[in-house]
Design a protein around this ligand. Structure first.
Ligand code: ADP
Ligand code: GLC
Length: 488
């Protein structure tokens, strides 16, 4: 099949390795290379947060506006880590201390304006192109932060097709209708079948209504989204798009060039074919956290500390796991109560539980390399990437059977082990009447401890895990097919 070069503009608030708070950044940063192999050229439009232009080096101005919602704005084009970037340089919106969404734990009060501005510029680039004569065939918008792109395009009468990818429906981009005018949105479209969500504007809902197509990041989550339990109030819109055949799940992959234990600069190299040095990584991780050699498996957890991620289930379950011979290293930040609970656990078991509060990319790599298990007991999980990194690095995943976790991990039942298809341990599958709770997690951990004691069986499971295909190739093809279909 021959492909002539087609163009996709990806609009997002994060992109690894430039700026990352979670999996969204990994996906936005990894998809372009996979799409390029299929003849799709990507440009990523994202804010130039403080300090970011220094990371990118030389750039050229390709778009400007003297008044982008209250200040001048320039789009600068540049490349970094092989990515083609369009950085929205609007100091009044993005040059400030703190993270992309908050500072000292509080949301930036003008977030609606900041990300409406990003979306506005995305729409302008789609309609008019850039000064270097680049115009996209399709626009790919990610989450609520880019959610107004399809709406702005629609109000401008543009027919550039748009794809919304929902990475997490729990964040909906809400603001008061009093801001409609200022954000160049028409008050006539503020009603429950469009911009309105319970008296507020929701930018995610706007995109779910206006985008040409909608995807989410796993097939199971695409189903879950249509139910009140997972839809966070947007299940009605989700169902409507699904019933029209306009919403589907495309599973995330990972960048297997960045995430490769054989070449990862943060780890002592090993591979599925030659896994010996995995033990050295384990030793090093135990030493780094001053932990004793455990009888049982060393588990790792890399996560935002939130209710979604089931941190409370870990706090409840880990003492029993440690008493059964396990050890744990946790890296995360977020909810102060969770941070406190984890620190307490580590003071209670100083030789078996290591905790690092913070965000540390290289440490996360060392943890996947050193861990025997990676734990992901999420209450809901659109896709989840840490279990995929675990698979790739031979840290066998223990996961709640929800969303993308269910789609990526095959439970180590006796039958699956015998067939050689098992890749981890799952619990709480609602289809088997399960619920995601501490009891389920504890039972799964118990099974992991038991299997770990059978060295040969364990190594077989670990090898299957490491050989599992987790790259972007299959899913990038599905995106490319979808883009092509949207253009027709
Ligand atoms: P989510 O996007 O919901 O947080 P994912 O599993 O999709 O969950 O992605 C999380 C990503 O963020 C992974 O790449 C993980 O390694 C990384 N990550 C999460 N917390 C930390 C942390 N404290 N330090 C370093 N990396 C982290
Ligand atoms: C969101 C989801 C996570 C997903 C990531 C990338 O942050 O919470 O499950 O893996 O986006 O799509």
């Amino acid at each position: 099949m021959s492909h002539h070069q087609r163009r996709v503009l990806s609009v997002a608030s994060e992109c690894a390795p430039l700026l990352k708070t979670g999996g969204l950044a990994d996906v936005v940063g990894a998809l372009p290379a996979a799409l390029a192999r299929l003849g799709w050229q990507s440009r990523i439009l994202m804010p130039a947060y403080r300090g970011m232009l220094d990371q990118v080096g030389s750039t050229s101005e390709v778009w400007h506006d003297d008044d982008l919602f209250g200040g001048p704005a320039v789009v600068r084009s540049g490349t970094c880590h092989g990515l083609d970037l369009l950085l929205l340089d609007a100091p009044h919106l993005f040059d400030r201390p703190g993270g992309p969404y908050n500072v000292d734990g509080r949301d930036h009060p003008d977030n609606p304006v900041r990300f409406a501005a990003l979306s506005w510029v995305g729409a302008q680039v789609a309609i008019h192109g850039t000064a270097d004569d680049w115009r996209p065939d399709v626009v790919h918008v990610h989450d609520w932060q880019a959610g107004l792109v399809p709406s702005y395009l629609k109000y401008a009468g543009s027919d550039v097709p748009t794809l919304l990818t929902i990475h997490n429906i729990a964040f909906q981009g809400m603001f008061s209708p009093e801001q409609l005018d200022h954000l160049r949105l028409p008050t006539w479209d503020f009603h429950s079948e469009s911009l309105e969500y319970h008296g507020h504007v929701s930018t995610l809902k706007a995109a779910m209504v206006h985008a040409t197509r909608v995807t989410t990041v796993s097939p199971t989550y695409a189903e879950e989204l249509t139910t009140p339990e997972f839809g966070f109030g947007l299940e009605g819109v989700a169902r409507m798009r699904r019933d029209r055949g306009e919403m589907l799940g495309i599973l995330n992959g990972i960048d297997t060039t960045v995430w490769d234990p054989a070449t990862d600069p943060s780890v002592i190299p090993y591979s599925a074919a030659d896994p010996a040095a995995k033990a050295e990584n384990r030793r090093a991780l135990l030493d780094e956290f001053s932990l004793d050699e455990p009888m049982g498996p060393l588990a790792v957890v890399v996560t935002r500390l939130t209710h979604q991620k089931g941190v409370d289930l870990l706090l409840e379950t880990l003492p029993r796991f440690v008493e059964a011979g396990g050890a744990v290293v946790v890296l995360g930040s977020g909810d102060p109560a969770h941070e406190h609970g984890l620190n307490e656990l580590s003071s209670r078991f100083p030789r078996s539980v290591g905790v690092r509060i913070g965000y540390d990319e290289p440490l996360s790599h060392r943890m996947y390399a050193g861990g025997d298990l990676v734990l992901v007991p999420s209450r809901f999980e659109p896709c989840g990437l840490t279990q995929l990194y675990g698979l790739r690095y031979g840290a066998v995943p223990v996961v709640a059977a929800t969303g993308g976790l269910r789609d990526t991990v095959v439970d180590a039942t006796p039958a699956n082990l015998a067939a050689g298809t098992a890749t981890g341990f799952t619990f709480g599958d609602p289809r088997q009447g399960g619920i995601i709770d501490a009891g389920g997690l504890s039972f799964a951990l118990g099974r992991a401890v038991d299997l770990y004691a059978d060295r040969a069986a364990w190594l077989r499971l670990r090898e299957t895990t490491m050989r599992e295909s987790v790259d972007w190739d299959t899913s990038a093809t599905r995106y490319a097919d979808l883009f092509a279909e949207m253009m027709r």
